[in-house]
Design a protein around this ligand. Structure first.
Ligand code: LLP
Length: 417
């Protein structure tokens, strides 16, 4: 049985009816299943059990402290992209020694904070960043562990906004420049080469792009070995797709088998940076239908969640399954499910068959990754609350914001003379 399921025509998150959560915590509400996150993490790890490996969860996908704390408890490492994410991981009990730091624009204060914390590795994206880390590490007398993030120039065949491994993207060091940059790094006093890294994109549903990237990375690993540069780990990034609609994502065992076969007898620890795989299908966004409106024969279900709560449909034309929390709540019709925000792009789904009435509850599925994490206060809306469910228990892990929370950092303007 999946953790998010229907029983007697009613949606449950583990053993808790979604309706009860919506009544208790109000809507819009993000709900996560602890069991689903745990299962995804364990499934990922067990697929690689014959080889040394570390899963560094991509914090950006869902950075709630409860999610991070759960993964830390399970033994995960973390892939961070900012000083803020570093702080979150440390506060959630994550181990610095299992943190990798990705991102094209690391600022001095973020690098210093990571050096002081003692993270496992900086994934360096350019020659300039290498110099920046060397300069900061030497001034503070730290040895900075690094990987180069290489850009293997493969087409991940995903949405252009979330494709990162093509030559023309801003990410990584080109394959042509990588080995001389490694040689340069080897000569730097406060740099310790640890590994190599690549990440080619997100929501990838085919095996081939991963394998093409890996083949190129391994060729470089072997070339570096001939130059006397031995790496301790190979980080293959994240990007494993999940099922939103009717995609057939790569099976994790197939992915692992292909990677392990590709590794051959190479001893390096494998590092992965999955985000979506671990959390997307562990979460739903619950929202209430405020109103039903007909315009020129078209029906709109206007919900209390909008693009500020879940921006994926508006930003990537992403399709996420939408169901009525309690079935048969009205005449079945095709609806545009839209939010209350003043933009035509404010929709959660188009042409969805639903049997609903004003007041009905809807669940937007696969919302555990890049859902709350990408939400905003647009239209001065309070960001949603978040709840974690484990078995029959539920816990609020982020309170709903209030207008006071939003206004706290602002100051009334005093007109200058
Ligand atoms: N590692 C790096 C360096 C990344 O940039 C990303 C995602 C990941 C790991 C995790 O990728 P995942 O396993 O989750 O695919 N907001 C978009 C996705 C953006 C992904 C950005 N980078 C969406 O909602 O589809």
């Amino acid at each position: 049985m999946t953790h998010i399921h229907y029983q007697h025509d009613e949606l449950y998150i583990e053993d808790v009816p979604a309706r009860r959560l919506a009544e208790q915590f109000e809507t819009p509400l993000y709900v996560y299943s602890q069991g689903a996150i745990e299962t995804a993490y364990k499934t990922f790890c067990s697929a690689f059990q014959q080889h040394p490996m570390l899963v560094c969860y991509a914090v950006k996908a869902n950075s709630n402290l409860a999610v991070l704390g759960l993964l830390a408890h399970l033994g995960a490492g973390f892939d961070i992209v900012s000083g803020g994410e570093l702080e979150r991981v440390l506060r959630a009990g994550g181990k610095a020694a299992k943190i990798v730091f990705s991102g094209v624009g690391k600022q001095d204060w973020e690098i210093i904070k990571a050096l002081e914390a003692g993270i496992a590795c900086f994934n360096v994206e350019s020659a300039m960043e290498l110099e920046q880390i060397q300069r900061l590490a030497s001034s503070l007398d730290y040895i900075a562990p690094i990987s180069l993030r290489v850009n293997p120039d493969v087409d991940a065949k995903t949405h252009p906004y979330i494709s990162t491994g093509l030559r023309e993207n801003k990410f990584g060091v080109s394959m042509a420049a990588a080995s001389s940059l490694y040689e340069q790094a080897q000569g730097l006093s406060h740099i310790k080469i640890k590994g190599i890294d690549c990440h080619i994109g997100s929501q990838i549903t085919e095996l081939a792009p991963f394998m093409d990237a890996m083949t190129r990375v391994l060729a470089l690993v072997d070339e570096l070995a001939l130059l006397g540069i031995e790496l301790e780990h190979i980080d293959l990034g994240g990007g494993l797709g999940v099922r939103y609609a009717n995609e057939t994502p790569v099976d994790i065992r197939e992915y692992a088998a292909a990677i392990l076969q590709g590794m051959g007898h190479r001893p390096q620890t494998l590092v992965f940076e999955p985000g979506r795989y671990l959390t997307a299908n562990a979460g739903v966004l619950l929202t209430r239908v405020i109103n039903i409106k007909e315009n020129e024969g078209k029906y709109f279900a206007i919900t209390d969640a909008g693009m500020n709560d879940l921006i994926r449909p508006a930003l990537y034309q992403a399709w996420q399954h939408i169901t009525a929390v309690q079935a048969n709540n009205g005449e079945p019709r095709l609806y545009e499910v839209v939010g209350p925000i003043c933009e035509t792009g404010d929709f959660l789904g188009k042409a969805r068959e639903l049997a609903i009435a004003p007041g009905s509850l809807l669940a937007v599925h696969s919302a555990g990754a890049y859902g709350f994490a990408m939400s905003s206060n647009y239209n001065s809306r309070n960001r949603a609350a978040e709840v974690m469910v484990a078995g029959a228990t539920s816990q609020c892990v982020r309170q709903r914001e209030t207008i006071e929370d939003q206004l706290r950092l602002e100051h009334g303007y005093v007109a200058l003379a």
